[in-house]
Design a protein. Sequence first.
Length: 327
Amino acid sequence: MQLQRIQSTQRIRNNSVRRCMIISLSILCSLLIISTFITLFVIYFIRYRTTLSSLLSYPNFVCHQRPCGCPNSDSVVSFIPKIVGGQDASPYIYPWLVTLTDRDRTNPFCTGFIISSNTILTAAHCLNNRNFYQLQILAKIHDFREFQGDRYDIEQWIIHPEYRMNDSMHLNDIALIKIQKSFSKDLHPCCLPSIKSNVYPQAKTEAIVSGWGKVLAKPNSRNSPVLQHVVMPIVDYKNLKCQQSIADTNRQICAGYDNLSIDACSGDSGAPLLIVVHDDNNNNEGYFVAAGIVSYGNRQCDASISSGVYTRISFYLDWIHETLTYL
């Protein structure tokens, strides 16, 4: 009997010890989980603050009674941007933006922008190996899931005669498209640069890119149904990432952040790279000028890895004006 009592007491003690160990392990696991969440939150907060402090703010200006370059707003309001890393744009804020789609479809594969009553500019690679009768231009589009805008048939297009692609780099990536009838009167063109130049715009100029392309650089990710836009700096052509990305510094522009995963992506091709030109007499007044055309980037859609590359429109002004006379 004595032995049984001792064994019983021992079992009770062992059970108590096990319970204590289980409770202690549970508490330790809970503390580890809590500390992990706190650590992740701190890391996220630090990175988020760093990102916000690095982002350029959306330009704040007023545009009045101009034939081109005025957004659909009396005053452009600042916002915190996130295209990949972009943010939803205000509905129909850019009255020159159009999309290229397959006939009778709404899902765009490229973007373009109006430069006259019946003509748009876009990237040459958007049209390469395609037939104009298979495509349409969509205007007045914000969320293509709810598209109720205008469709336009294409009369013809002209791709730059020296367009070429080498090792995933596009050169002379520019094309003009003429539609069969004029755009509606509530659509307006974007301004083009006023002077032919191979250095316009200058490095560090704030630029805006917009489009319906991918917001995640993943193989199966879809285009954004809602227009995205983001503010990015023009990159100096002497920058190493830019030099490794472009084929010709005279004909191409680099844009993007050195340390942020923000960039145009697949589906944004052909969209304008916008800069703001201010009135000489009033810095509060200004208008948008299309300085570049979205051309290409890396597969990760991350300009911090290698710069996003844009066709420099100011280099092609003579070709644009001469070609318009043939359309």
